[in-house]
Ligand binder design. Structure first.
Ligand SMILES: *Cc1c(COP(=O)(O)O)cnc(C)c1O
Length: 241
């Protein structure tokens, strides 16, 4: 068995164990393969094991792998920072955009989709850690923004997404996930049902599942360490290298 396949089975065991501990059905927690920097051959290996959702951070990378992955049924979610000048391109390749984080992006997506007579599933990204270096709508603006999104008929708001704080203190990480869950509850009270909670990565999936995650996004623990630091993907506009 290849290392990747054995890593995949370890991840499923971790998910199952976390679900058991939280009294949840493992069928409620989907696995998204975070495939940035991972070559198509390796992604194919994992999709052949029955996985069905990948997530890419760069439109260019999504495009480059599109042809190679096309023959294998799967969904491609966009999970990186989306610049408005990439909207046209991302809509060709992504089945869902998890990183809708600001009103102007939402408006421009709506306009483009109207002209293409299409709709797309979206998640609202929330900056639950309040870190300058992370994208996402500020938690205090999240409810208003979700209401705005629900009024855009080309965007099907089906979830909330966040990146937990990087901290060795699990309680700080938990706070981020709990905040996302609480935002979902506030939305439900307003009559907005946004079922998915995309939260939890290689190092914090257990905490995320305890807090109600319905989709964990896993890269490193399946595919190994990446050569670029995550800041390369997360704050390209906010940090100078
Ligand atoms: C890279 C990435 C992940 C996966 O992170 P790992 O720590 O490698 O599991 C999840 N979500 C987003 C938005 C990412 O960019």
């Amino acid at each position: 068995m290849s290392e990747i396949i054995s890593n995949l089975s370890i991840i499923h065991k971790r998910i199952n164990k976390a679900c058991a501990a939280a009294g949840r059905d493992p069928g409620e927690v989907k696995l998204l393969l975070a495939t940035k920097t991972v070559p198509a051959e390796k992604i194919i290996q994992v999709l052949r094991q029955g996985e069905s959702v990948i997530g890419e951070n760069k439109v260019q990378e999504l495009k480059e792998k599109y042809e190679a992955l096309r023959a294998i049924p799967h969904q491609a979610h966009f999970i990186g920072h989306l610049q408005t000048n990439k909207i046209k391109e991302v809509l060709k390749y992504a089945t869902c955009i998890q990183s809708v984080d600001r009103p102007d992006l939402a408006e421009k997506l709506q306009k483009r989709l109207e002209s293409e007579e299409k709709t797309i599933e979206v998640f609202m990204q929330v900056n639950t850690s309040y870190e300058e270096s992370k994208f996402g709508i500020a938690p205090e603006n999240a409810v208003d923004f979700a209401v705005q999104l629900s009024g855009l008929d080309r965007l099907k708001l089906c979830g909330l997404m966040t990146i937990g704080i990087f901290s060795s203190e699990p309680e700080k990480v938990r706070k981020c996930f709990r905040l996302l869950k609480n935002i979902r509850t506030s939305l439900l009270e307003k009559g907005l049902n946004v079922p998915e909670l995309s939260m939890g990565m290689s190092h914090d999936l257990e905490t995320a599942i305890e807090e109600g995650s319905t989709m964990v996004r896993i890269g490193t623990a399946i595919f190994g360490e990446r050569i670029y630091p995550d800041s390369y993907y997360w704050n390209e506009e906010k940090q100078v290298f």
